[in-house]
Design a protein. Structure first.
Length: 236
């Protein structure tokens, strides 16, 4: 589905209409033919589809009217941004799926039926960086802000990490694909660092991008943000 913004004609459009995909990059708007993506039915794909299916059924069949209403209250207070940069508001169902899917990826047995009472999204960690890599061991080390780790429901519980496909060092833009790596949890966060296995193999003179999002103990999940990319240097 495409998003279209009308003014004196069309001033912005994003998404697909019929056989055309409308998008924008740093050089401006563009249109390209729509192609049907390959569906490899990977294990990761099937796991996420099963999680989404489970929580859709849980919302409609298990949760109480009061629980669903609380998620609607939460959703009405949380402004989000769409592909045109406009402020929109998701439904309570959308936020329930969003929060619980992130939690289930970390904890396969977890379900959060109750909406957060704190009506805002977590802030990103501006101090989070990939500080080191080990080409031989195929690992990355991340350093984060230790502030906000604790035991209260309004404290950070995890920072979820995602790695992109390695690129040429000369490349200055990357927008996916991304793959979930691991999480910095409260224990590791207290030390401010964590080392994790790469999910895409990487080598010297390549550039690697990462994304992250914060998850709070009460179920709130921040928007994704992109970290400063790391140019891979030879191991000392």
């Amino acid at each position: 589905m495409a998003l279209v913004k009308y003014g004196a004609g069309i001033v912005q459009i994003s998404g697909s209409i019929a056989g055309d995909v409308h998008a924008r990059n740093r050089f401006g708007n563009y249109v390209r033919p729509r192609t049907k993506p390959v569906n490899p039915h990977s294990i990761r794909q099937e796991d996420i589809r099963a999680i989404l299916s489970f929580f859709a059924e849980y919302w409609h069949g298990t949760m109480t009217i009061a629980q669903r209403a609380a998620w609607e209250v939460y959703a009405a207070a949380i402004p989000m941004t769409n592909r045109l940069g406009e402020t929109i508001y998701l439904t309570g169902y959308n936020h329930f799926i969003r929060s619980n899917t992130a939690f289930r990826v970390i904890n396969p047995a977890a379900t959060l039926p109750n909406a957060p009472l704190n009506l805002n999204l977590p802030n990103k960690d501006d101090n989070l960086i990939c500080s080191e890599e080990d080409v031989a061991g195929q690992t990355f080390t991340f350093t984060c802000n230790v502030g906000g780790w604790g035991v209260g429901i309004n404290d950070k519980e995890h920072i979820m990490l995602y790695q992109g496909h390695p690129q040429l060092a000369s490349r200055n833009f990357f927008d996916g694909p991304w793959r979930y790596m691991d999480v910095i949890d409260a224990t590791e966060g207290a030390a401010g660092t964590g080392t994790y296995a790469a999910v895409f193999p990487f080598g010297v003179a390549q550039k690697v991008w990462f994304q992250a999002r914060v998850r709070m103990l009460d179920g709130r999940v921040s928007v994704l943000w992109t970290l400063t990319p790391r140019v891979i240097e030879p191991d000392p």
